[in-house]
Design a protein around this ligand. Structure first.
Ligand SMILES: Cc1cc2nc3c(=O)[nH]c(=O)nc-3n(C[C@H](O)[C@H](O)[C@H](O)COP(=O)(O)OP(=O)(O)OC[C@H]3O[C@@H](n4cnc5c(N)ncnc54)[C@H](O)[C@@H]3O)c2cc1C
Length: 403
């Protein structure tokens, strides 16, 4: 005997819960159920944003918001005009969760705890009588004439409409490929760079506003860079890892970057500045005080790397030393050997090919009554709350168009 529902949502994560709640609130008569393979639900929400859950980003213009998505920029334009960051704030407020904006635009629950988001979702499904069936790992999906049959390891289900919200799950992608869908091969996104280099070895914790280029590619990024025990992290590096997810994978994470520690000042401008400093501070020791807006420890290290000894005075700098220093400052070359996980947030680039999804409804273009929400599709964003925004927006669009 199989249990029948109007709509089954596979996946008890951010997208699955949001979709189920939005469907049931719009149409309480529909019998909706969530199937989740794990014992627990919303496990990624729990660990998200360092346990604080970065729910969305304070970017309220849909045409601006799409720019944070290396994959999905074009496709999300329409959906964001229907449900964007402002709507997310309103939605959570209506469900009893106040959000706050941090200086960098990231938005978190005022409680600073992802548990608030989990409670909000679990309370809502209870109130709406949506069964959340845990320990139900979907093993196979069959398409009958006008309904879907689903088998987990121990149960059978059927439904009129099937929503897949299983995130980056290879087994489900394989099943969907069996239905003729194209799966863009998955690669990691949002990682930090492993770099062993004397210039930064003693500098973990130091940060600077930089611009970075990846050698032999068009990849560039601007933003804060943070030196870590393993290499480099911070928004500028994470942006590169997202925009370059596929290219850097193809390079097996072995590549060279150029760091401009002065952000938008080029080598010749830097040389002019250094010549002026030489005049002004002729009697002072070069390494003693950073003339730029980054910590002295970094300055000292770059001075040393330019072949300038610790006690050298500005007046004694040769033309070549000035040039070397300006090069170190504006295009320091670093070799990346591998990547590390950024613990606060990571995602997978890849998933169901966007060409095969109708973004007005989130329905499959190949199979009527089959829908997708969240990370299962080939959409991902840089860090900052944008990945959850995709889960909320796709869930809303889907719920608004399913009946
Ligand atoms: C450490 C970490 C921190 C993060 N922090 C943030 C953040 O602060 N802000 C942000 O915007 N993004 C963050 N992200 C990204 C964000 O968590 C994801 O983009 C988001 O969770 C995607 O939601 P989803 O519902 O599509 O997938 P998921 O959250 O992965 O949920 C999918 C669910 O489907 C279930 N499932 C899979 N296969 C089956 C099956 N065969 N049968 C039944 N169930 C199945 C899984 O068990 C899971 O519960 C973070 C990610 C990580 C890993």
């Amino acid at each position: 005997m199989s249990q029948h529902f109007d709509i089954i949502i596979v996946g008890g994560g951010a997208a699955g819960f949001f979709t189920a709640i939005a469907i049931a609130e719009k149409n309480p008569k529909l019998r909706v159920a969530i199937l989740e393979r794990g014992k627990e639900v919303l496990t990624k929400v729990r660990i998200s944003g360092g346990g604080r859950c970065n729910v969305t980003h304070a970017c309220f213009e849909p045409n601006e918001l799409v720019k944070f998505y290396p994959r999905g920029e074009k496709e999300l334009r329409g959906p964001f005009h229907q449900f964007s960051a402002g709507d997310t704030i309103e939605w959570f407020e209506k469900h009893g969760v106040a959000l706050k904006i941090e200086e960098d635009g990231r938005m978190f629950p005022v409680s600073n705890s992802s548990q608030t988001i989990i409670d909000c979702f679990t309370d809502a499904v209870k109130k709406l009588h949506i069964p959340v069936l845990t320990g139900q790992s979907v093993q196979s999906i069959f398409k009958a004439e006008n309904y879907w049959k689903i088998e987990t390891q121990n149960e059978k289900y059927s439904c009129d409409k099937l929503v897949l919200a299983t995130g980056s799950n290879p087994k489900i992608w394989e099943m969907i490929a069996g239905f003729g869908h194209t799966i863009v091969s998955p690669v990691p996104s949002l990682f930090t760079f492993n770099i062993k280099d004397l210039r930064i070895k003693e500098l973990p914790g130091v940060s600077a506003l930089v611009s970075i280029k990846v050698k032999d590619t068009k990849l560039t990024a601007t933003g804060p860079l943070l030196v870590t025990h393993w290499g480099m992290s911070g928004p500028a590096i994470l942006k590169l890892s997202a925009w370059g997810a596929r290219q850097l994978f193809d390079k097996n994470y072995q590549f060279t970057i150029f760091v401009n520690w002065l952000n938008d000042i080029d080598a010749s401008e830097a040389e002019t500045i250094l010549k002026e400093l030489k005049q002004e501070h002729s009697k002072k020791t070069v390494s003693k005080k950073s003339p730029f807006a980054f910590p002295n420890r970094l300055w000292e290290s770059l001075v040393l790397a330019s072949g300038i000894e610790t006690e050298t005075k500005w007046a004694d700098l040769s033309k070549i030393q000035l040039q070397q220093l300006s090069n170190q400052l504006t295009s320091g070359q670093f070799q990346v050997n591998g990547k590390s996980t950024f613990k606060e947030e990571f995602v997978t680039a890849g998933g169901i090919d966007l060409k095969e999804i109708n973004f007005k409804t989130m329905e499959s273009k190949l199979h009527p009554n089959l829908y997708f929400a969240g990370e299962i599709v080939n959409i991902d964003a840089i860090t900052g709350g944008f990945n959850f925004q995709n889960a909320w927006t796709s869930g809303f669009i889907l719920a608004n168009n399913i009946n």
